[in-house]
Design a protein around this ligand. Sequence first.
Ligand SMILES: NC(=O)c1ccc[n+]([C@@H]2O[C@H](COP(=O)([O-])OP(=O)(O)OC[C@H]3O[C@@H](n4cnc5c(N)ncnc54)[C@H](OP(=O)(O)O)[C@@H]3O)[C@@H](O)[C@H]2O)c1
Length: 238
Amino acid sequence: MTKGNVFVSGASRGIGKNIATYFAKNNYKVVGTSRNDFNVEEGVKNFIPIKLDVTSRDDIKNCFNHLKSEGLLPNILINNAGITSDQIFLRMKDDDWDNVIETNLTGTYNLTKAFIKNMVKNKNGRIINISSVSGLMGNAGQVNYSSSKAALNGFTKSLAKEVGSRNITVNCVAPGFIDTDMTSFLDLDSKNEIIKTIPLGRFGNVSDISEIVMFLASDNASYITGQTISVDGGLLMY
Ligand SMILES: NC(=O)c1ccc[n+]([C@@H]2O[C@H](COP(=O)([O-])OP(=O)(O)OC[C@H]3O[C@@H](n4cnc5c(N)ncnc54)[C@H](OP(=O)(O)O)[C@@H]3O)[C@@H](O)[C@H]2O)c1
């Protein structure tokens, strides 16, 4: 018997792929999506890859109908798809702003809007949004990205207040620097400079994020909602 249906956006690589694979290996039925076709790790069952752009409401509608007919509507939604388009603000183009906000913030809105009704009906749901340390402490060159991620923290708190009575929790995970394609543009010198600011002295692994997401999705986290949990090696301390 499977433990529940999970939907992970941005599951073709990096953090999202690791989360999706981790859930699939732990007996959840997982639908993972991205804009481009992708393969799942060999031998992993219960992980269905679907092509879907989180900025396309038509894609989401089609996907919703398909999942409904297959009995795969999620009780666990992980809004992970995200992009950067870094540029100092004075040089930032409208497209840099629009694309990042559309994907990171509106994409989360689009998917949550599509799937939450079923969670409300079933009085059971977990929504986990992947934000970023950049949304909590700011980062030069990322006004667009920080704004989108900070907004996710507000989105999380407000929605958590609305749906708590329906037994739905809504939380954010805010990764620090994690080794994925998103951070692979950093050269060794820049990486070493950043590492000096991280008390644990390293970039995080994708599995550092999957562990906390799995916990937040579990029954053990049933009294945690509206929180943003940093997983950043101590980079940001309040
Ligand atoms: N890596 C870090 O250091 C770090 C730190 C803090 C927060 N985060 C956040 O963690 C999340 C995952 O990051 P990552 O490092 O794993 O990034 P990544 O390696 O670049 O992977 C991003 C994933 O999102 C998908 N994606 C991008 N735009 C999409 C769209 N419009 N619709 C559907 N899927 C889309 C990509 O696939 P396609 O390109 O095929 O669509 C890919 O699967 C992001 O939200 C990111 O902001 C990452």
